[in-house]
Every structure is written in structure tokens, then in C-alpha cells.
Design a protein around this ligand. Sequence first.
Ligand code: GLU
Length: 481
Amino acid sequence: MSSVRVRVAPSPTGDPHVGTAYMSLFCLAFARQQGGQFILRIEDTDQARYVENSEQQIFDLLHWLSLDWDEGPDRGGPVGPYRQSERLPLYQAAAHELIQAGHAYECWCTPERLTAMRAEQQKAKMPTGYDRLCLGKTREQRAAEPGSSDRAVVRMLVPESPPLTFTDLIRGDTNAPVPDDQVILKADGFPTYHLGVVVDDHHMGITHVTRGEEWISSTPKHLLLYDWLGWDPPRFAHFPLLRNTDRSKISKRKNPAARLVWFKEQGYLPEALLNFLALMGWSMPDGREIFTFQDVVENFAWERFSPVGPIFDVDKLDWLNGQYIQRLTDDEFLRRARPFLPGEGQDAALRRLTLPLKERTKRLAELGEQVDFLFVGNLDVPADQLVKQGLDAPAAIAALEAAESALERLAGFEPAPIEQALSDVCAERSMNRRKFFMTVRVAVTGKTATPPLHDTIAAIGRERSVARLRDAQSTLAQSSH
Ligand code: GLU
């Protein structure tokens, strides 16, 4: 296999992290640019952290972003299976081969013994790491000493001075710390990440290993494994970690925006989120901030990355999403808005408001609250909300009554005549414009901030508007008794 093959390899340990989308975006762009393949592999070897629905969420959210893979657990492919739990014999064979060649050894130490060993190392201010008690021993020899169990793990036998430098596509020459005798095969027969990733990247023909910066320190272990197994290592690219505005690493515990599903729930458009992610540590040659996935494909270059952890600024994403929303056609806007609306129907009403709504919406999830008055009959606006707009109860009643009859008299029910009629009423009675319009607005919508009032009234329709103006008058009349 000579063409580019890249993969993203999430672990199904909870709902997906935004970093999975971030890396998938660039992997896919690189694969498309090179005419190569993008592979999705599920790294489910940590049985204790496995979360049932997580894999499906990974599929769904990557599909939502149109980050579609060529090979994966759900689609199959020539080098499957694509779930690590279905590939155990491959890892076990590799571990066996490494033991035979003297590059790995079995270890029977119990977790209690390892904890005690580490505590002692720390007390003596020594570097922590496995002390090789099991090295060179048979199971029987080791069993004669305390702290041994009958199930072995397999550890790498790291040589005296392993190579610690490698060339990273994003970072150039990169140094990593000396590894310890890392466990590669666990007692349950599952590999640890290190063995799993190397065996799979090799057997799956991965040409470029792309992953987060947190794996830099593991790379020397992986290079040793490639060497021992007689395999050519792939190239490596370690993406910068996305950071909060205080520069801490984005984590799902501390920041809702670390959870990929959050963006969908908030009503970010997938194309806006992709655009935003593409601005994280990467840039277009002309510095443009709004661009498509296809633009990333055409301009992709590893040199365009900055290895410094990009700041994940949700305000910037809000701005960008707003830009994308404004560019939607009305039909498309309504189609995307649908899942966020408080009810069914009201299409004609919404259509009257698309322009102002598109202008003011940053996240589609805000829409529900912005247009809730379209999805109910009566509003039951409390009297104090009405008088808070500056007219006392008798004045507010008079204003609403005048507005009501003006709307009833209108021949049609279009925004411009509505505006004209209400302005005329206000002028004839010399009412304060702001107070008058705010009282009417609150009476027909229940809120003080809405799209322009005449558009809103036209959207609500004559019958409902008039009924709400009348209801508000009786509420005020009752309250002043
Ligand atoms: N399973 C690893 C993770 O979720 C993948 C790292 C890699 O891509 O090598 O971080």
C-alpha cells in the first residue's frame, strides 16, 4: 500500500471529545488531498472504562460533521476488523514474538506490590518505574517470592539508551523522555494502548500517525516496538491540544465545550464548527477566516500548523456560527432551525421573521426562546410586566385598546401598514413612542426583546394579536381593582 492512509482512533469511554473531530477534520483533509484513505478505528481495549453507547455517538457525531471514513467498524474494509477487541490474537502473537526475541518479559507482580514499590521509590526520591523483579525469572521462581499473582502481564524490556528523538510533521525534531518497562499485554489478554496502536497501525498500513500532543512521550516506546517487530515506522504528527482561555487543557469535566455533542445541542452548524476547528493552530495561506472543508483540502500542509496549543474561544465560534447562519437561505434556515423550535408548524409565521432571526441568532438553540410566542395561543402576561414598560395601568389599557382597534381596522395584515397604523395611533394620542411600543410588544409576545414589532405582529397574525391585546387589557383592569 503506497498511498496515504491515516486514521483516527478514539476510545469509546464516554461521549466523544471535541478533539476527535478536530483530528478527524485534518486527517480527512490530508487523505482527500493525497487521494488516500481515512480510517476509523475503535480502541476499546480498556474494558473498565468502556461505555456502551459511546461508539455509536462517535459514528453519529462524525457523520453529523460529514467527516466520513473510508474504512471502519460499521463499513468494513480490507484490513478489518476495525475494533481492537476483535483483534486480540494479533496483539498476543506480537507479544509472544517479543518475548521469544528477548525484547519483552512476563511480570507477575501484584498491584499491591507495584504500589508499595512506587511508594518506596518516591520516598527515596528515585525515578519511579518497574524494578524488574520478574525479569529473567520463571513463573515458579517468581512465585517463591512475595507479591506475585498467577496471571502475568507482558512488559517491554527497554534498553539502556533507547532512541528518544523523532521527527514530527508539525513540530520538527522532537525529544521525549526515557520510557520505563511499559506493560504491553495485560493479564486479561488485552493489549495496552502502546502495543495495540503499533500492531494496528502496522497491519492497517497507516502511513501517518496523527494524534494529540499528549502522546509525544509514548512515541519512543512505539519506535522500539516497530524496530523489534521489524516493521517500518510511519510518520508522526502530534496535534496541539486545544486549550481553555486560561491555557489549561480542555477537559470534559471542566468545560461543556469539550463534549462534541454539546455543539450539536447548542445549534452550531456543522460547517461552522469545522471552519472554527480548522482555525485551531492552522490557517489558510491568505489568512481568510471563513472557508470550507474543501478549502482546507486544497490548502492542507503540515507546515501550516503552529504547535502552540490553540485557544478554544467560544465567543469566536459564536461569531462564526452567526456568519454562517446569516448566509443560509430562508428555506435552509428553517430546515436547520426545526429541531430547536418549541413546537410543530408555524412555518408561515416563521418565514416572516427569518431575516431578523438570522441576523440575531448565534446558536440555533436560542431560537426556541426567541419565538416561543408563536407556538402558544394565550400568553397570560402578568400585569406588572405590562406596567413595567412605563405606562400606568389606565394609560396602558388605553394604549392597548387603541392598538387593538387600529389592527382590527386594517385591510390587510402586512408589516408596513401595521407599523404605519400603530405609529398613527401613537401620534394621535401623543403617547411616548417607546413606552407605547414596548407595552404593545410585551402584550403580544410576553417579552421585551423581539424581532421588529411590525414583523412580529404580522407573524403572530391578526386574530392572535388582537386577542392578546384584549387579554392584556383585562389583566390590567383586574389588577387595578
Ligand atoms: N485511543 C487513543 C485516544 O483515544 C488514540 C491515540 C492515537 O490516535 O494513537 O487518545
